[in-house]
Design a protein around this ligand. Sequence first.
Ligand code: T3D
Length: 257
Amino acid sequence: MFTTINYECHEGISWIKLNRPDKLNAFIAEMNREITHAVRQAAKDEEVRCIVITGEGRAFCSGQDLAEVNDDTNHGDLLRNHYTPMVKAIMACEKPIIAAVNGVAAGAGFSLALACDFRLASEKASFINAFVNIGLIPDSGNLHFLSHLVGRAKAIEISVLGEKIPAQKALELGVINRVIPQDTWQKEVEEFASKLAKMPTKAIGLIKRYLTLAENLPLDAYLEKEAEGQRIAGLTKDAKEGVQAFIEKRQPEYIGQ
Ligand code: T3D
């Protein structure tokens, strides 16, 4: 039973909705724990083939609840104990994860969106690397993900200035995948998630895993790993179905196995 998030699963999609709208869904330790738990649960659930993380109310997530931080806070331990497990659970999950950014994503809320595989933003959404505004550094993998997405020059500008970036600007920078008009927001997020949930899930999981390897290994070492990844993909039922459907000139029906 969750208290800081809403969790629902239907039609192959698991919805994780951050649910502290009065605080713009700011993180408290329990919320970090519940998101981590929900992602792991969805990762294990064979019915789930896509995960969507979004916010209840007008915000996506405003980062750490600053009312919970005081002079005794060990900021390193806060990360190690609560944020790092959440980011690792997202990275380890071999299913596609969408951040459906419905409103402002600030501080670790921005980092949460960056850790996901896709970022869909409502036209009302904005992104703030707010850490510097309170004398902290971007955390929860933020600089790692951001610099890969936009390069060092833009990553340092976004992180040092700590200014609000509207959704359209975030799209132009390459931070997000698409901006969705408010009146079709829910429908378009559902359609995107539903499309992913009907795709060959194991291949998507392998693409996630091998993209990380591609970013971190020299080409020769990567090519060897890649051959092993393709061997594994080729053994899935969905790969057999994909080839068969092509030969039979019909649409494939993937089952996620
Ligand atoms: O040790 C560590 O701390 C490590 C971890 C760090 C991770 C981090 O995330 S650090 C960065 C923390 N986040 C921020 O600095 C952002 C703080 N919030 C804001 O700058 C603004 O609220 C927003 C730009 C996000 C939105 O502005 P606006 O004008 O739309 O809303 P608002 O009026 O500021 O906020 C509405 C309410 O939410 C308000 O409460 P009230 O007055 O109605 O009772 C506000 O205090 C509350 N709220 C918003 N963000 C937070 C928050 N309460 C606690 N913590 C927050 N992060």
